[in-house]
Design a protein around this ligand. Sequence first.
Ligand code: ADP
Ligand SMILES: N[C@@H](CCOP(=O)(O)O)C(=O)O
Length: 306
Amino acid sequence: MRLGADHVRVSVPATSANLGPGFDALGLALGRHDVVEVRAIGAAETVVEVIGEGAGEVPLGEDHLVVRALRAAIDLVGAPQTGLHMVCRNEIPHGRGMGSSAAAVVAGIVAARALIADPDALDDDAALALATEFEGHPDNAAPALVGGATVAWEGREGPRAARLEVHPDVEPWVFVPTVRLATKKARGVLPTHVPHADAAFNAGRSALLVEALTRRPDLLFEATEDKLHQDYRADVMARSTELVRGLRGLGLPAVVSGAGPTVLVLGRASEGDRVARAVAELLGGSDSFDVLTPGLDLVGARSERL
Ligand SMILES: Nc1ncnc2c1ncn2[C@@H]1O[C@H](COP(=O)(O)OP(=O)(O)O)[C@@H](O)[C@H]1O
Ligand SMILES: N[C@@H](CCOP(=O)(O)O)C(=O)O
């Protein structure tokens, strides 16, 4: 495989995984993006510039997550490695449960796909498999790749994802705290075993959530109930847990976004006034959460050759 372009731009959405009961399976792409511009250069050097989220924090050379994913994708298809100049314009906050690491990995893979002569060699299944190797779970990478809502699972031949057509009335409200929580830490507090009744509860709610997301948004409140991860993680995100419980107490379908500590209300567009009243009641003048209405991203990762 040879390279077919030397200058590309990719855009990848933030994602919210789990959506309550769909631990490591369900995910949703949000209208907030990281945009990465990549130049393949002759010189054997890697230079990364980061603007926005992560600037001054992430490494700027071969250890940068986008670079690592891009190089892994280039190796996977047998294309030649190259020097890289990369500019990352990041809108997705890090360590908040909005899929920043998955977006970085998908950005690298999709940039590689745009650079190589035969992009079909890195189709969505291959891209999801590689992204899942980096992430350890496919639920963020799937919607980051294809947009909308997805159900992802570990198939016999690797990770797979099915895209859902989200009902037009479904609207995400996103409460982003200033504090961070590494996904690794939030996974570390989960038990290795759960009661059978809790697993059965979540199986039913996850199935219901697919129906609620696609055809019956009126069922979103009950469909977002969970017993497999949020309570176990309550101690490592006390304020977010309090906010989820407060919002649910007011009848709003609130969940922890991904591994937290961001909170997601997966509601209906018509519930905007109730969400605004809840924000006023529960957050008052506090600035500990930014409230975003990013909308959904129905397309997923995009790339263009420049
Ligand atoms: N755009 C990015 N560029 C480089 N590294 C990134 C980027 N986004 C995330 N990361 C890395 O991933 C870490 C956050 O991953 P994680 O703990 O899984 O949280 P999140 O919920 O945001 O995905 C960051 O601290 C950083 O090391
Ligand atoms: N299913 C994962 C999702 C992690 O999402 P992130 O956005 O927090 O990385 C989990 O709950 O651990």
